[in-house]
Every structure is written in structure tokens, then in C-alpha cells.
Design a protein. Structure first.
Length: 303
């Protein structure tokens, strides 16, 4: 990982995201860019004077730059700003980065966008991995990374990413697989939980066996966890004692009819630790939503 971009709007939620991104950049020895997006919609006229309000951007940008420096606490985080829609600009910027980090929500002084909607748009449309940092989710734990796996190729990718993150943190890695039978009303026999757990155990061990050996050295202890229950609830419950939850953006579990898209969205909103959502390698049609947006380096400046 060489470059991380974090959305920053001056809110406490954005500060939490920046704080997490600084720690991640230190682990990977990566460059870090804090990107502020200024809403480029024309300001409405004031009813009393019919004159546009004074543009506060220079002072606000200076305050934001100072805030970035304070949170970065000595780490050389670059401050950039650009004009446009917050979601579209962050998505566009992530094309030249290895990771995009956003707060779960917040309201900046420069944009009308709530980071709740922005973070969800980034999860849906960013071409690369996205981390959503919820308030108070960066507290210290005993050192544990968890990854949700379902046997799909994308969950293989999430597992590899989680193993790297666990090794950098010197943390244990839990590979969590939730087993649940979705009844459709036509089954004559419903498998008992014991049978589902047995099938899930086989799936998890097969997936762990395919993990490259250099990612499972003596520094990382991998623990398979097979639990009956709905995937979102199981993963959120395990997030309470974790430093990071890693998921694929979508996938299909043949045993549970699990759509990881909905699970990732649920975990991003409810997990109590930062959530990293890994997307398929290569460009996706979803990322076309941000076509025509500005690059943060081409359209931004520092003061």
C-alpha cells in the first residue's frame, strides 16, 4: 500500500477517520492525503438583502489545514481541497490511491453532504478498498482482526488483505463464517445447525488452506470461527473485540444465500470497529458514477 486518501470535513467523525488513516499510513509507510471537498453549488441569496453570503472558504480552509496537522500529530499528511460533490470527488480521487478512508457520518462547514450518505456512496462505487470509521471505533483492543468469509473469490481476496493487516498489527486473525439456512417454504427437510456448522467448517478450512504461506507465518495466528446466525449480526457481534473487520463488497454463499453487499452495508453502519470493504480487482461499472470528476492533485491546492 503506497497511498491513502481520507475524506476530511472538519467534523469529529472526519477527525476519527483521519486518526485511523494516520495509523494505517504509518503501518504501511504510505503517503497520506486528507481531501476536503467544497460544495460547488451556487449559494442561495439571503432573503433580507438579496445578496450572496460572504464566501468563508479561505478562513475555513486554513482552519481545516490546522486541524489536519493537529490530528496527524507529526505525520506528514498532505492537505488538499477540490470543488464538487463530496462522494463523486472522493470516489474519483480513490482511483489513484490504494485505500479510501471515510467517517461514518458528519457535517462539514463546506458541504451539504452528510458523510452517512457519502460513506455509503463510496462503499458502493469506489473502485478500490474503502474503510468506514465509526465514532469511538478506534479504541485499543487485545489485538484482533476479523474477516468475513463465504467461499467466494472476493472473500478469498478479503482474507488475504485481512492477513496482511493482522501481520502489520501483530494481531490474531479470526476467519468468521456465519451459517444460516434461509427457508423458502418448499424444503422437505431443513439441515440442523450441526450439519450447517460441519459444512461451514469444511468451507473455511479449504479457504484457509489456499491462503499464501507467507501470510500465515508464525507472526499471525489464524483462528476459524463458524457460528450459526445471520452474517451481519454475527460479524457485528465479533467486531466488539476487534481492531478491524474486513469484508468483500459482495459475494454469494451457497450455504446461506448470503449477499455480502447487504452484509457489508449493514456492518459499515453497525460494527463497533473500523470496517474495510474490499472490492473486486480491476475497474467496475459502478465506478463510472464518478466519471468527469477532478483529481485531487490536479484540481486542488494548499495554502
Amino acid at each position: 500500500m503506497q497511498r491513502i486518501i481520507v475524506g476530511f470535513d472538519g467534523s469529529t467523525f472526519a477527525a476519527d477517520a483521519l486518526r485511523w488513516a494516520v495509523a494505517e499510513a504509518r503501518r504501511h509507510a504510505a503517503d497520506l492525503v486528507a481531501l476536503t471537498v467544497i460544495d460547488d453549488q451556487p449559494a442561495p441569496l439571503l432573503a433580507s438583502t438579496r445578496q450572496p453570503p460572504v464566501d468563508p472558504r479561505p478562513d475555513v480552509l486554513a482552519d481545516l489545514r490546522d486541524a489536519v496537522s493537529a490530528v496527524a500529530d507529526g505525520f506528514p499528511a498532505a492537505f488538499r481541497y477540490t470543488l464538487g460533490s463530496a462522494a463523486a470527488e472522493l470516489i474519483a480521487a480513490s482511483r489513484t490511491a490504494d485505500l479510501l478512508v471515510v467517517g461514518s457520518r458528519g457535517h462539514g462547514r463546506l458541504t451539504n453532504a452528510l458523510l452517512g450518505s457519502v460513506s455509503r456512496a463510496c462503499l458502493l462505487h469506489a473502485p478500490g478498498p474503502v474503510v468506514v470509521v465509526r465514532p469511538d471505533s478506534t479504541r485499543e483492543t487485545d489485538g484482533r482482526v476479523i474477516v468475513g468469509i463465504d467461499g467466494s473469490e472476493l472473500s478469498h481476496q478479503a482474507l488475504r488483505v485481512a492477513a496482511i493487516e493482522a501481520r502489520l498489527r501483530r494481531a490474531d486473525l479470526s476467519a468468521v463464517h456465519a451459517v444460516h439456512w434461509d427457508r423458502i417454504g418448499t424444503e422437505l427437510i431443513t439441515p440442523p445447525n450441526e450439519q450447517l456448522v460441519e459444512w461451514g467448517t469444511q468451507l473455511v478450512h479449504q479457504q484457509l488452506a489456499d491462503l499464501p504461506r507467507h501470510l500465515t507465518d508464525a507472526e499471525v495466528e489464524v483462528r476459524p470461527v463458524i457460528v450459526p446466525g445471520h452474517p451481519g449480526d454475527v460479524l457485528v457481534d465479533h467486531s466488539r473485540t476487534a481492531d478491524l473487520l474486513v469484508l468483500g463488497s459482495r459475494g454469494h454463499n451457497p450455504l446461506t444465500s448470503l449477499l455480502l453487499g447487504s452484509t457489508a452495508d449493514y456492518c459499515a453502519h453497525h460494527a463497533t470497529c473500523p470496517v474495510m470493504v474490499v472490492r473486486p480487482a480491476g475497474p467496475t461499472s459502478e465506478s463510472s458514477a464518478s466519471e468527469g470528476s477532478h483529481s485531487p492533485d490536479a484540481a486542488s491546492a494548499t495554502r
